[in-house]
Design a protein around this ligand. Sequence first.
Ligand code: CA
Length: 234
Amino acid sequence: MSNKHILIVEDEQKIASLIRDYLEKSNYRVTIIGRGDQAVAQIRKSSPDLILLDIMLPGMDGMAVCREVRKFSNIPIIMITAKVEEIDRLLGLEIGADDYICKPFSPREVVARVKAVLRRANTESVELGNINFISGSISLGNIEVDQVNHQAKANGKELDLTPSEFRLLQVLIAQPGRVFSRDELLAKVQGYDFEGYDRTIDSHIKNLRKKIALYLPDRDVIVTVYGLGYKSCL
Ligand code: CA
């Protein structure tokens, strides 16, 4: 049983109730707050496992709430924005959110994102210093990433990936549907091996796609989001 506690900060009651219903069906405990200026105190008091945070809120906007929360907590935060163009700006602002969802969204997508972010938060909580003791494997559709042995499979066939390609696949698959900017991906790949410095993210992605397509020719696992970056897709 998960029974994790999710806090929804959203002033549009209809949307908040809809998300709550779906989350409760997936065995999450849900609290709703309709004002930004009440959110920080509530988060301090109840320390939820994850926060779904709308940007346009009465009292205090979602970005300010996120910054305040990051002063005292690493609780996973998923921001909800009204426009896809806003995500681009938000990615550049580095306000400390873990993921972004754009309105309109399907409640199922929200539940999937919540699960993915919580899963990632769990694996990250076992990090010790700079050494990652990430356990287990992650998968998306027919792609499987073994985080212990640093091996990836497509349709059950092992992929021959460079360390950078492996890392990119791992990052993208760990948060299905989350858009990553090229800068973000570069930051996550750097330090993984030396080729990260003289080759662009685009060329790594191109090679990664080619290798995946050998065994999964009919499906785009990594999707280009024009003007923004890349995301993984079922
Ligand atoms: Ca709102």
